[in-house]
Design a protein. Structure first.
Length: 424
């Protein structure tokens, strides 16, 4: 066992942030050997219960749950900031040509190593990530995550049409490869597999049907895709699937909406789509820096809440512009404000933080496993320095409430705030 003394941020079951200004976090192995939170609370209330346990003094710092990124593309690490008129030209001119390079396993391994280190440097301890259509790109990321003991979920991208040579896969082989990767990696150490159709326009109905069959055969496996991000994309999906009720309905028709299914963006949905999300247990990965960068639109928080739909935050690097959860939370706040002018909703700093930690974990079906620091949670946490920059030090010293403290970190924070990231 080991204990850490610092201010501690965690979340109650009702999603509200709980803050101990002088807290103690005690971690140790559970029955399986996994390192978990054994106890957490006020230092003075807990310290006598753990005699002999070494305590590291981190006073002046804040311990918080590791961040959970619900949607990120590791092969797009070097695509960040590529200018384009919108999603479809961005994919055609930058993303697909770049992803073709991941047929080279050595190249993929190099990017995977950089990507995982960059996640950890930014305080992200769990990610649901796209690889590319090349199975070796999946192996590269899983191997790197396993070496770091990270909880990471990824999968081979399925895209058997409307994709250039170099990334387009073969329908039958793509499904054989997916099943082989599930059997090799899903549930190994802290790793999980996600069946990953890129988006409906780049998969044939046969490939989507096969993906849905695998999703039914392996219920603990995740599903990830994109939906309703951009108006041109929505129009294209309607042309390709004229019988579907909506773009989201395409995924429903092929059995791809269920618990553990994560759909990036979910901007241009209607009320029936949101009800379908809620009814099936599928969740939205809200990706505000990407949506602002590519000019895709604004996630409608009020409508999502009205439908009781699950969602959480995501960077969507490389459409997204930053690995930093602080940047993502601030962009989500801007997007919420945009909604505010129409619907009267404004996000609190506690809600933003929850959406990138415990709420994101809940959307993944991992509530109580990651994203929080309640007893039993896996011991993934960050040590934050509220004085990381002169302006942050000045601003956080003047905070009169938890909301003011968290908001200062969200507005002014970035990787400089993350002093250390602890994995398990
Ligand atoms: N839709 C299909 N592929 C992608 C992608 O790589 N990024 C984003 N943002 N949207 C997509
Ligand atoms: Zn994406």
């Amino acid at each position: 066992m080991k204990a850490y003394r610092a201010a501690i941020l965690r979340f109650a079951d009702d999603q509200t942030p709980v803050y101990e200004s002088d807290g103690l976090l005690v971690v140790g192995p559970d029955a399986t050997g996994q390192r978990v939170v054994c106890a957490v609370g006020a230092y003075c209330a807990l310290v006598d219960s753990f005699p002999g346990v070494a305590i590291e003094d981190l006073r002046g710092h804040i311990i918080a749950p590791g961040f959970v990124d619900l949607h990120i593309h590791y092969p797009q690490t070097d695509v960040i900031g590529a200018p384009a008129a919108g999603l479809l030209p961005w994919l055609e001119n930058y993303t697909f040509p770049h992803e073709a390079r991941f047929s080279d396993a050595t190249y993929a391994r190099g990017v995977a190593e950089f990507f995982l280190d960059e996640l950890l440097r930014n305080g992200v301890t769990t990610a649901l990530a796209f690889a590319t259509s090349h199975p070796s790109s999946v192996n590269a990321l899983f191997e790197g995550a396993q070496a770091r003991s990270m909880r990471l979920i990824t999968g081979k991208v399925l895209q058997d049409r409307h994709s250039p040579d170099g990334v387009r896969d073969d329908t039958e082989q793509s499904l054989i490869d997916t099943e082989a990767l599930i059997q090799r990696w899903h549930g190994v150490a802290r790793l999980g597999y996600a069946i990953t159709p890129r988006f409906a326009p780049t998969s044939t109905p046969e490939q989507l049907r096969g993906a849905g069959e695998l999703a039914a055969r392996y219920p603990s496996v995740w599903v990830q895709s994109h939906v309703a991000e951009n108006v041109d994309e929505v129009r294209w999906a309607a042309e390709l699937f004229p019988l579907a009720r909506s773009y989201l309905g395409v995924y429903d028709d092929f059995g791809l909406l269920r618990e553990r299914a994560m759909y990036a963006h979910c901007i241009h949905l209607d009320a029936a789509d949101r009800t379908l999300m809620q009814r099936t247990g599928a969740a939205a990965a809200v990706s505000p820096t990407s949506n602002l960068f590519l000019g895709s639109g604004f996630f409608d928080y009020a409508a999502a809440n009205a439908a009781d739909m699950r969602y959480g935050l995501a960077s969507d690097v490389g459409g997204g512009t930053s690995f930093s959860p602080f940047h993502t939370m601030l962009a989500a706040y801007y997007v919420g404000r945009e909604g505010h002018t129409k619907t009267g909703l404004s996000l609190t700093p506690g809600q933003l933080w929850w959406q990138h930690t415990a709420g994101a974990a809940q959307a993944l079906g991992l509530a109580g496993v990651v994203g929080n620091l309640q007893p039993g949670c896996e011991a993934d946490f960050v040590v934050l320095n509220p004085q990381a920059t002169p302006l942050l030090a000045r601003k956080t010293a003047q905070a009169n409430s938890l909301d003011e403290l968290l908001f200062a970190l969200i507005v002014l924070g970035d990787d400089r705030v993350v002093v250390r990231t602890h994995i398990a």
